[in-house]
Design a protein around this ligand. Structure first.
Ligand code: NAD
Length: 249
């Protein structure tokens, strides 16, 4: 049976766990060949084994990792159709408690790595009229308490998405973002575990979404797969909100 991503190659960051791992699994199931990047080498090797993907272990804040990922795409497959930027970190702080170091840590991964990797990928995506899908957040559109750096970086990522969509539309390259609400991943589980009353926070998180629950990573991966596919051929510069209704009110 023909699959949607047969013959296509996707570069997926943050692929070792959470949303990135779900994206890798879904794209592989639908026929894509993968290059997977993450700094958690052990977990990455496991996902690479499950999906038949090529693993590039390294820190995305380090330019050498980005160059190694693009080099692997070129030498292994010679083409790139999809860049799925998922890797991100959540750190807490207000204007007063966010240090320069924390600000830089968040921006280096959540924004600068995406800016750099997307720039390196553009020549390959130009050849295939490919697609970039950036993992933003509802915190790219709104905010909550104590997440100044994260919210600022996600808002900026949406700005980057729109600017890049304008610049590369004439080349047939589409650039979109996804803005999830709470998603059941190691990132969210860590936030819950760190709370004074984890069970209470867990219930609050589910309850603040009108659908009454957090998302499964696979549900967000489905949105990524749509935006990466030819089914979204007239969609660019868009921010697809997948938040169980969180931002309706
Ligand atoms: P996660 O922490 O569960 O997984 C993130 C993955 O990225 C991990 O495998 C980690 O090793 C990797 N990673 C992080 N920093 C890296 C670096 N410097 N170099 C290489 N790899 C790195 O997170 P998740 O929940 O799957 O989040 C994925 C994306 O979705 C993030 O951008 C996050 O901001 C966004 N998001 C998550 C939620 C949520 O509720 N989980 C909601 C909205 C948006």
């Amino acid at each position: 049976m023909t699959q949607e991503f047969d013959g296509k190659v996707a570069l997926v960051t943050g692929a070792a766990m959470g949303i990135g791992a779900a994206v890798a699994e879904l794209l592989a199931e639908r026929g894509a060949k993968l290059v997977l990047v993450d700094r958690d080498a052990g977990a990455l090797a496991e996902i690479a084994g499950r999906t038949g993907g090529e693993a590039v272990a390294g820190d995305l804040a380090d330019r050498a990792t980005l160059e190694a990922a693009i080099a692997r795409v070129k030498e292994r497959f010679g083409r790139l159709d999809v860049l799925s930027n998922n890797a991100g970190i959540q750190r807490y702080g207000t204007l007063e408690t966010t240090t320069d170091a924390l600000w830089d840590e968040v921006f280096d991964v959540n924004l600068k790595a995406i800016f750099r990797l997307s720039g390196l990928a553009i020549p390959l995506l130009r050849e295939t009229r490919g697609a970039i899908v950036n993992m933003a957040s509802v915190q790219g559109l709104a905010s909550q308490a104590n997440v100044v750096a994260y919210t600022a970086a996600k808002h900026a990522l949406i700005g980057l998405t729109r600017a890049a969509a304008v610049d590369h539309a004439h080349e047939g390259i589409r650039v979109n973002a996804v803005a999830p609400g709470s998603v059941d991943t190691p990132m969210l589980r860590k936030t819950i575990t760190m709370a004074d009353d984890p069970a209470a926070l867990s219930a609050i998180i589910d309850g603040m979404h009108p659908l009454g629950r957090r998302a499964a990573a696979r549900e967000i991966a489905e949105v990524v797969a749509f935006l990466a596919s030819d089914r979204a051929s007239f969609v660019t510069g868009a921010v697809y909100v997948a938040d169980g209704g969180l931002t309706i009110p």
